[in-house]
Ligand binder design. Structure first.
Ligand code: DX5
Ligand code: ZN
Length: 220
């Protein structure tokens, strides 16, 4: 992956035109695809399930990052049964889940040699990530309340990204940001310390997205 990676969130796409959407991802050479999985409990919305994700993954070789906005119960094999056989490169769970359960999920996927991320909602104290820093590959800083595409970036996320950068203290953990990223704010987000941007609605609305993705990668 590039030093700064860019991944569109498929949730923000027009689902009637997925074929064109995948062709656009390939043309733009995005680093990966971000899949938002929502269960209508953890967040007040439903996105899509394993079947749709699998069909999309069959049509591309791009890496896949899954963001699970689902309530985790004790047994990962049961909760995520439908997803276990999919080609998923990064598994990201919310740090707000119960500590013991989360540890169990992290161990479960680590044993399988998978990459693990932890996502944090805008109002959750950053310190909640601290007990997991030795075990994870990625921190996903939510810059909107999770559940919907097309919301505005929360300004306070910039200082939260800086604080995440401080607590990881040089460890090789990717700082990813998700929610409300646009052409106006992406530079501040990168300056704050983000290394990976998840872009939803603005990716699809941009008339020159290929150029924008290049700009993001060349920004330093
Ligand atoms: C929100 C999702 C995001 C969303 C981003 O809960 O996690 O991935 O699709 O969309 P935009 O960029 O439109 O905020
Ligand atoms: Zn997401």
């Amino acid at each position: 992956m590039n030093d700064v990676s860019v991944m569109p969130s498929i949730f923000g796409a027009d689902f009637f035109n997925l074929e064109k959407v995948i062709a656009l991802f390939e043309k733009v050479k995005v680093d990966a695809i971000h899949f938002d999985i929502m269960d209508n409990h953890y967040v007040p919305n439903i996105s899509f399930g394993a079947k749709v994700a699998e069909d999309i993954l069959k049509r591309t070789n791009l890496p896949s990052f899954f963001h699970f906005m689902v309530e985790l119960d004790e047994n990962p094999e049961k909760t995520l049964k439908q997803f276990l056989n999919l080609r998923i490169d990064h598994w990201t769970f919310h740090v707000e889940n119960e500590h013991v359960i989360l540890k169990n999920y992290i161990n479960f996927f680590k044993r399988k040699g998978k990459k693990i991320g932890l996502s944090i909602k805008p109002k959750t104290p950053i310190e909640q990530l601290s007990p997991f820093l030795e075990e994870i590959d990625l921190i996903l800083v939510m810059s909107v309340e999770p559940g919907f595409s097309g919301q505005s970036f929360l300004k306070e996320s910039l200082s939260r990204i800086e604080r995440v950068k401080n607590i990881i203290d040089g460890k090789s953990i990717i700082i990813q940001v998700d929610g409300g990223i646009n052409r106006k704010n992406y530079k501040d987000i990168l300056r704050a310390g983000a290394k990976s941007l998840v872009i939803g609605s603005n990716f699809y609305e941009d008339k020159k997205v290929e150029e924008w993705v290049e700009e993001i990668r060349n920004f330093s």
